[in-house]
Design a protein. Sequence first.
Length: 283
Amino acid sequence: MAMTSQEQRAHVIVLGNEKGGSGKSTAAMHVIVGLLRDGYSVGAIDLDARQATLSNYLASRRRFSESHRTRLPHPRVLSVHRVEDDSRQAAEAAERAAFEAAIADLSRDCDVVVIDCPGSDTFLSRLGHSYADTLITPINDSFVDFAMLAKVDPDKLDVIHPSVYSEMVWQARKTRFSRDRGKFDWIVMRNRLGATVARNRRDVGTTLEALAKRIGFRTVQGFGERVIFRELYLQGLTLMDLRDASLGISLSMSHVAARSEVRALLSAIRLPAPRFVLTAPEG
Protein backbone atom coordinates (compact mmCIF):
# COMPACT_ATOMS: atom_id res chain seq x y z
CA MET A 1 0.00 0.00 0.00
CA ALA A 2 1.33 3.47 -0.87
CA MET A 3 2.38 5.68 2.01
CA THR A 4 0.35 8.73 2.88
CA SER A 5 1.90 12.19 2.94
CA GLN A 6 1.81 12.07 6.76
CA GLU A 7 3.66 8.75 6.89
CA GLN A 8 6.36 9.79 4.41
CA ARG A 9 8.16 12.11 6.76
CA ALA A 10 11.62 12.00 5.17
CA HIS A 11 12.46 14.47 2.41
CA VAL A 12 13.16 12.37 -0.70
CA ILE A 13 15.93 13.49 -3.07
CA VAL A 14 16.06 11.56 -6.35
CA LEU A 15 19.10 11.58 -8.65
CA GLY A 16 17.79 10.69 -12.09
CA ASN A 17 18.67 10.76 -15.78
CA GLU A 18 18.02 8.10 -18.41
CA LYS A 19 21.48 8.61 -19.90
CA GLY A 20 24.40 6.87 -18.21
CA GLY A 21 27.68 8.60 -17.44
CA SER A 22 26.12 11.87 -16.28
CA GLY A 23 27.59 11.69 -12.77
CA LYS A 24 24.43 10.70 -10.85
CA SER A 25 26.14 8.44 -8.33
CA THR A 26 28.97 10.90 -7.68
CA ALA A 27 26.44 13.67 -7.09
CA ALA A 28 24.32 11.36 -4.91
CA MET A 29 27.31 10.45 -2.75
CA HIS A 30 28.34 14.07 -2.27
CA VAL A 31 24.78 15.06 -1.38
CA ILE A 32 24.60 12.19 1.14
CA VAL A 33 27.89 13.01 2.87
CA GLY A 34 27.34 16.76 2.71
CA LEU A 35 23.97 16.43 4.43
CA LEU A 36 25.37 14.01 7.02
CA ARG A 37 28.08 16.53 7.87
CA ASP A 38 25.42 19.25 8.06
CA GLY A 39 23.67 17.30 10.80
CA TYR A 40 20.97 15.47 8.84
CA SER A 41 20.29 11.77 9.33
CA VAL A 42 20.35 10.28 5.84
CA GLY A 43 19.15 7.09 4.23
CA ALA A 44 20.12 5.93 0.75
CA ILE A 45 18.34 3.68 -1.73
CA ASP A 46 20.19 2.22 -4.71
CA LEU A 47 17.70 1.43 -7.47
CA ASP A 48 20.49 0.46 -9.86
CA ALA A 49 21.33 -2.64 -7.84
CA ARG A 50 22.76 -4.46 -10.89
CA GLN A 51 25.49 -1.90 -11.51
CA ALA A 52 25.49 -0.86 -7.82
CA THR A 53 27.74 2.18 -8.25
CA LEU A 54 26.37 3.95 -5.17
CA SER A 55 26.31 0.76 -3.08
CA ASN A 56 29.93 0.01 -4.02
CA TYR A 57 30.94 3.61 -3.25
CA LEU A 58 29.38 3.33 0.23
CA ALA A 59 30.95 -0.10 0.81
CA SER A 60 34.39 1.36 -0.02
CA ARG A 61 33.69 4.11 2.51
CA ARG A 62 33.01 1.52 5.21
CA ARG A 63 36.21 -0.36 4.37
CA PHE A 64 38.25 2.86 4.41
CA SER A 65 36.80 3.87 7.77
CA GLU A 66 37.59 0.47 9.28
CA SER A 67 41.08 0.05 7.80
CA HIS A 68 42.16 3.59 8.73
CA ARG A 69 40.33 3.53 12.07
CA THR A 70 38.73 6.86 11.40
CA ARG A 71 35.16 7.84 12.21
CA LEU A 72 33.26 8.88 9.10
CA PRO A 73 29.53 9.61 8.90
CA HIS A 74 27.57 6.90 7.07
CA PRO A 75 23.98 6.72 5.84
CA ARG A 76 21.65 3.80 6.23
CA VAL A 77 21.64 2.17 2.80
CA LEU A 78 19.18 -0.22 1.15
CA SER A 79 19.08 -1.68 -2.36
CA VAL A 80 15.92 -2.49 -4.27
CA HIS A 81 16.46 -5.10 -6.95
CA ARG A 82 14.71 -5.56 -10.26
CA VAL A 83 12.39 -8.57 -10.12
CA GLU A 84 12.47 -11.15 -12.90
CA ASP A 85 9.08 -12.77 -13.49
CA ASP A 86 7.24 -14.08 -16.54
CA SER A 87 4.41 -11.73 -15.58
CA ARG A 88 5.55 -8.13 -15.79
CA GLN A 89 2.53 -7.15 -13.71
CA ALA A 90 3.63 -9.47 -10.91
CA ALA A 91 7.22 -8.24 -11.17
CA GLU A 92 6.17 -4.61 -10.93
CA ALA A 93 3.94 -5.35 -7.94
CA ALA A 94 6.89 -7.00 -6.18
CA GLU A 95 9.21 -4.12 -7.04
CA ARG A 96 6.67 -1.58 -5.79
CA ALA A 97 6.26 -3.45 -2.52
CA ALA A 98 10.02 -3.64 -1.96
CA PHE A 99 10.50 0.04 -2.81
CA GLU A 100 7.69 1.26 -0.56
CA ALA A 101 8.98 -0.93 2.28
CA ALA A 102 12.44 0.63 1.91
CA ILE A 103 11.01 4.18 1.94
CA ALA A 104 8.90 3.39 5.02
CA ASP A 105 11.84 1.78 6.82
CA LEU A 106 14.24 4.67 6.22
CA SER A 107 11.62 7.33 6.96
CA ARG A 108 11.33 6.10 10.54
CA ASP A 109 14.66 7.60 11.56
CA CYS A 110 16.03 9.58 8.60
CA ASP A 111 15.49 13.25 7.79
CA VAL A 112 16.40 12.69 4.14
CA VAL A 113 16.32 9.71 1.78
CA VAL A 114 18.56 9.95 -1.30
CA ILE A 115 17.63 7.68 -4.21
CA ASP A 116 20.09 6.85 -7.00
CA CYS A 117 18.23 5.74 -10.16
CA PRO A 118 19.56 3.66 -13.05
CA GLY A 119 20.56 5.41 -16.26
CA SER A 120 17.74 3.76 -18.20
CA ASP A 121 13.97 3.68 -18.36
CA THR A 122 12.78 1.07 -15.84
CA PHE A 123 9.70 0.66 -13.69
CA LEU A 124 11.77 1.21 -10.54
CA SER A 125 13.24 4.42 -11.94
CA ARG A 126 9.80 5.77 -12.81
CA LEU A 127 8.51 4.77 -9.37
CA GLY A 128 11.45 6.44 -7.64
CA HIS A 129 10.90 9.67 -9.56
CA SER A 130 7.26 9.74 -8.48
CA TYR A 131 8.30 9.82 -4.81
CA ALA A 132 10.65 12.80 -5.19
CA ASP A 133 10.41 15.96 -3.15
CA THR A 134 13.55 17.14 -4.95
CA LEU A 135 14.65 15.72 -8.30
CA ILE A 136 18.25 16.38 -9.35
CA THR A 137 19.11 15.61 -12.97
CA PRO A 138 22.83 15.87 -13.75
CA ILE A 139 23.64 16.36 -17.43
CA ASN A 140 27.00 16.70 -19.11
CA ASP A 141 27.29 20.18 -20.56
CA SER A 142 26.64 19.28 -24.19
CA PHE A 143 23.77 18.95 -26.63
CA VAL A 144 24.33 15.18 -26.60
CA ASP A 145 22.97 15.01 -23.05
CA PHE A 146 20.53 17.85 -23.70
CA ALA A 147 18.76 15.57 -26.18
CA MET A 148 17.37 13.58 -23.23
CA LEU A 149 15.49 16.71 -22.17
CA ALA A 150 14.39 18.17 -25.50
CA LYS A 151 14.79 18.11 -29.26
CA VAL A 152 16.55 21.26 -30.47
CA ASP A 153 16.56 22.98 -33.86
CA PRO A 154 20.20 22.62 -35.03
CA ASP A 155 20.22 25.99 -36.80
CA LYS A 156 18.25 28.30 -34.50
CA LEU A 157 18.83 26.29 -31.28
CA ASP A 158 15.13 26.66 -30.48
CA VAL A 159 13.44 23.97 -28.41
CA ILE A 160 11.15 21.97 -30.71
CA HIS A 161 9.56 19.71 -28.10
CA PRO A 162 10.43 17.92 -24.82
CA SER A 163 12.12 14.51 -25.16
CA VAL A 164 11.60 11.14 -23.50
CA TYR A 165 13.08 11.92 -20.09
CA SER A 166 11.16 15.19 -19.72
CA GLU A 167 7.98 13.34 -20.64
CA MET A 168 8.74 10.72 -17.98
CA VAL A 169 9.28 13.44 -15.36
CA TRP A 170 5.94 14.97 -16.34
CA GLN A 171 4.25 11.60 -15.80
CA ALA A 172 6.04 11.22 -12.43
CA ARG A 173 4.74 14.65 -11.38
CA LYS A 174 1.19 13.59 -12.25
CA THR A 175 1.61 10.30 -10.37
CA ARG A 176 2.93 12.10 -7.30
CA PHE A 177 0.08 14.62 -7.31
CA SER A 178 -2.50 11.86 -7.80
CA ARG A 179 -1.08 9.85 -4.88
CA ASP A 180 -0.75 12.53 -2.19
CA ARG A 181 -1.30 15.94 -3.85
CA GLY A 182 2.46 16.49 -3.52
CA LYS A 183 4.76 18.36 -5.88
CA PHE A 184 8.50 18.17 -6.43
CA ASP A 185 11.23 20.66 -7.16
CA TRP A 186 13.21 19.73 -10.29
CA ILE A 187 16.85 20.82 -10.48
CA VAL A 188 18.90 20.27 -13.64
CA MET A 189 22.58 20.23 -12.77
CA ARG A 190 25.03 21.24 -15.51
CA ASN A 191 27.85 18.80 -14.86
CA ARG A 192 31.46 18.51 -16.04
CA LEU A 193 31.70 22.17 -16.97
CA GLY A 194 34.89 23.18 -18.74
CA ALA A 195 37.21 25.78 -17.28
CA THR A 196 36.76 28.15 -20.21
CA VAL A 197 33.54 29.72 -21.45
CA ALA A 198 33.25 28.26 -24.95
CA ARG A 199 30.50 28.92 -27.48
CA ASN A 200 28.96 25.47 -26.87
CA ARG A 201 28.72 26.17 -23.16
CA ARG A 202 26.95 29.49 -23.79
CA ASP A 203 24.57 27.89 -26.29
CA VAL A 204 23.72 25.02 -23.95
CA GLY A 205 23.10 27.47 -21.12
CA THR A 206 20.84 29.73 -23.17
CA THR A 207 18.80 26.84 -24.56
CA LEU A 208 18.55 25.18 -21.15
CA GLU A 209 17.13 28.34 -19.56
CA ALA A 210 14.53 28.57 -22.33
CA LEU A 211 13.51 24.95 -21.69
CA ALA A 212 13.45 25.53 -17.91
CA LYS A 213 10.74 28.17 -18.30
CA ARG A 214 8.76 25.89 -20.58
CA ILE A 215 8.68 22.67 -18.54
CA GLY A 216 9.43 23.85 -15.03
CA PHE A 217 12.89 23.21 -13.60
CA ARG A 218 15.72 25.19 -12.04
CA THR A 219 19.31 25.02 -13.22
CA VAL A 220 22.43 24.94 -11.07
CA GLN A 221 26.09 24.79 -11.98
CA GLY A 222 27.34 21.32 -11.19
CA PHE A 223 30.78 19.80 -10.80
CA GLY A 224 33.73 20.61 -13.01
CA GLU A 225 35.77 17.96 -14.81
CA ARG A 226 38.24 17.19 -12.01
CA VAL A 227 40.44 14.15 -11.40
CA ILE A 228 39.78 14.38 -7.65
CA PHE A 229 36.26 12.96 -8.06
CA ARG A 230 37.60 9.76 -9.62
CA GLU A 231 40.40 9.46 -7.08
CA LEU A 232 38.09 9.75 -4.09
CA TYR A 233 35.71 7.09 -5.42
CA LEU A 234 38.14 4.23 -4.78
CA GLN A 235 38.44 5.24 -1.11
CA GLY A 236 34.76 5.93 -0.60
CA LEU A 237 35.51 9.54 0.26
CA THR A 238 34.02 12.81 -0.91
CA LEU A 239 35.21 16.37 -1.08
CA MET A 240 33.10 17.08 2.00
CA ASP A 241 35.37 14.76 4.00
CA LEU A 242 38.65 16.46 3.17
CA ARG A 243 38.53 18.98 6.01
CA ASP A 244 38.48 16.06 8.45
CA ALA A 245 41.89 16.34 10.16
CA SER A 246 41.97 12.60 10.90
CA LEU A 247 42.36 11.86 7.18
CA GLY A 248 45.62 13.78 6.93
CA ILE A 249 44.84 15.16 3.47
CA SER A 250 45.99 18.68 2.60
CA LEU A 251 43.48 20.82 0.73
CA SER A 252 44.71 22.29 -2.55
CA MET A 253 43.13 25.27 -4.31
CA SER A 254 41.51 22.82 -6.73
CA HIS A 255 39.97 20.93 -3.81
CA VAL A 256 38.64 24.17 -2.34
CA ALA A 257 37.07 25.14 -5.68
CA ALA A 258 35.50 21.70 -6.06
CA ARG A 259 34.11 21.83 -2.51
CA SER A 260 32.46 25.14 -3.32
CA GLU A 261 30.71 23.46 -6.27
CA VAL A 262 29.35 20.77 -3.97
CA ARG A 263 28.31 23.34 -1.39
CA ALA A 264 26.44 25.31 -4.07
CA LEU A 265 24.45 22.19 -4.99
CA LEU A 266 23.60 21.51 -1.35
CA SER A 267 22.49 25.12 -0.90
CA ALA A 268 20.16 24.79 -3.89
CA ILE A 269 18.23 21.96 -2.22
CA ARG A 270 15.35 23.38 -0.20
CA LEU A 271 15.35 21.23 2.92
CA PRO A 272 13.51 21.58 6.22
CA ALA A 273 15.55 21.59 9.42
CA PRO A 274 16.78 18.18 10.67
CA ARG A 275 14.34 16.26 12.87
CA PHE A 276 16.93 13.90 14.33
CA VAL A 277 20.01 15.20 16.14
CA LEU A 278 23.29 13.49 15.25
CA THR A 279 25.66 13.64 18.22
CA ALA A 280 28.73 12.22 16.43
CA PRO A 281 29.73 10.64 13.12
CA GLU A 282 28.82 6.99 12.87
CA GLY A 283 31.90 4.77 12.71
